[in-house]
Design a protein around this ligand. Structure first.
Ligand code: NAP
Length: 248
């Protein structure tokens, strides 16, 4: 399994970057999708190669189906697909639902939900034993927001992650007999750029006292859970959702 390809969407920064580096160290062949930050994606590739790993970076906005098809075509040229990490995700600026535009909500769902489902579609086509594949793993990045609802902040984001949870359960049941495991991780407050993109760079640290463990998590702590889920050590784990959130 560790000689196979792992596709990680949004692998240029944050949790996706940490997952790419952790999986690259374990010998997987890494295909990093990135939206626009080529320099960051190239740096992740270089870091993996410095440790004798194999990686390529492919521009892929997961809201664009044609980009997803190109990402998986590039992965086909790199080896046999073994896992997909549906990591790319966005938040919007803090707002109440009554102030959200249709464009904001549609973009949130296009990236966080439709993009994840379309990537999973392409992965299942390649990995399902029913279609001649060798099986594999799909890990979806959800969020504790799917449980908490994120009132007055980003209920639309929370709802998108609720959809990711349901998708994880349903797809897992659908392909369990075809050699494919599907799981989700619900990170809590993790120290990445995503909070700045929501308009509040210090959000994770401000809210850290509310976490039972009284600290934010690191991207590497989420990456550790991702590489465990894609490994054979998690061979009986499917349609499962794992909170990695310091108890929150
Ligand atoms: P981040 O630091 O903001 O990084 C986002 C990554 O996704 C970047 O690589 C970015 O690419 C890429 N990306 C953004 N929009 C994209 C699109 N439309 N298509 C493809 N790639 C796109 O995010 P993060 O904190 O690592 O979050 C990763 C995942 O974990 C997300 O699904 C997020 O919802 C989830 N999560 C995070 C936290 C947290 O506290 N950080 C908590 C719960 C869940 P570029 O570099 O090219 O822009």
């Amino acid at each position: 399994m560790t000689d196979r390809v792992v596709v990680i969407t949004g692998g240029s920064r944050g949790i996706g970057r940490a997952a790419a580096i952790a999986a690259g160290e374990r010998g997987y062949r890494i295909v990093i999708g990135y939206q626009s930050n080529k320099a960051a994606a190239d740096e992740v590739v270089a870091q993996i190669e410095r440790k004798n790993g194999k990686a390529i970076a492919v521009k892929c906005d997961v809201a664009q189906e044609k980009d997803i098809l190109a990402l998986f075509k590039a992965a086909d040229g790199f080896g046999t697909l073994g896992a997909l990490v549906n990591n790319a995700g966005i938040v919007g600026p803090s707002a109440r639902v009554e102030d959200m535009s249709a464009e904001r909500i549609q973009r949130m769902m296009a990236v966080n939900v439709t993009g994840s489902i379309l990537c999973a579609r392409e992965a299942v086509k390649r990995m399902s034993t029913r279609r001649g594949g060798k099986g594999g793993v799909i890990v979806n990045l959800s969020s504790v927001a799917s449980r908490l609802g994120a009132p007055n902040t980003y209920v639309d984001y929370a709802a998108s992650k609720g959809a990711v949870d349901s998708f994880t359960l349903g797809l897992g049941y659908e392909v369990a007999g075809e050699g494919i495991r599907v799981a989700a991780i619900r990170p809590g407050l993790i120290d990445t750029d995503i909070h700045a993109s929501g308009g509040e760079p210090d959000r994770a640290h401000r809210l850290a006292p509310m976490v039972p463990m009284k600290r934010v998590g690191t991207a590497e702590e989420i990456a550790n859970a991702i590489v465990w889920l894609i490994s054979d050590e998690a061979s009986y784990v499917t349609s499962a959702i794992l909170d990695v959130s310091g108890g929150r």
